[in-house]
Design a protein around this ligand. Structure first.
Ligand SMILES: *Cc1c(COP(=O)(O)O)cnc(C)c1O
Length: 219
């Protein structure tokens, strides 16, 4: 089933769009099956889970962090991950920068935007994005490569469209500023229920779990 799902999704994505397989709560065996079917980027929400999965799956794939990163886990995270998609504050960026400096690494990151302006959601508010990026782009061991958003949890995914469209406008605005150290290559938005809409609104990276692996088990 996993193989068939991955093949269907990969065949349906326009050229130039990257698939991130969101693997929270999946077993390493399931992740390996997805990789054999053509997945090349694994999205992990938890550092501990990623360490275990990475030991089983190996370095033949790219590992992206897509969860909430606690500052006390940054040192472990920068060792495993090839990209951190959820940078939303200068303090978190500074911690990543320092830990990367210690191991001689430059970490590609995406800045997470709270496109729905929701109270308890992660991500920087849209109106604060530019200021945050200007602060982070001075850090030598971080390379900003784009923007990520989740958006509100809505029953009808078509209602996410305006949030994706707003995020795309921000992406283009920052890109056109041509800031030093800022690349704006990736616009990461869209999950199982919303990725088709996200693609229509300009996403070039989608993060998909359920559509690949089935419903997550209750844990
Ligand atoms: C779980 C998760 C996804 C994938 O969600 P599905 O609805 O299972 O496709 C994507 N992005 C993030 C940040 C997630 O935590």
């Amino acid at each position: 089933m996993i193989r068939k799902n991955v093949c269907e999704i990969l065949a349906s994505l326009p050229p130039g769009v990257e698939l991130v397989a969101a693997v929270k709560q999946r077993y390493p065996g399931e992740i390996i099956e997805a990789v054999r079917a053509g997945v090349s980027i694994i999205g992990e929400n938890y550092v501990q889970e990623a360490e275990e999965a990475c030991a089983a799956v190996g370095n033949g794939v790219r590992w992206h962090f897509i969860g909430r990163l606690q500052s006390n886990k940054v040192g472990r995270a920068v060792r495993i991950f090839d990209m951190i998609q959820t940078v939303d504050s200068l303090s978190l960026a500074a911690e990543i920068d320092e830990k990367c400096r210690q191991i001689g690494k430059v970490m590609p990151v995406l800045i997470e935007v709270n496109s729905g302006r929701e109270k308890r959601k992660s991500g920087v508010l849209p109106e604060s994005l530019e200021h945050l990026i200007e602060g982070i782009c001075d850090l030598h061991n971080i390379n900003i490569q784009g923007i990520m958003t989740i958006g509100p949890l809505l029953e009808n995914p078509d209602r996410l469209r305006p949030f994706f469209a707003d995020t795309r406008r921000l992406f283009e605005q920052i890109r056109d500023m041509r800031l030093p150290g800022v690349e704006m290559r990736y616009l990461s938005m869209g999950m199982t229920d919303s990725y088709k809409i996200a693609l229509e609104e300009g996403a070039n990276m989608v993060r998909i779990g359920t559509r690949i692996f089935g419903e997550r088990p209750e844990k």
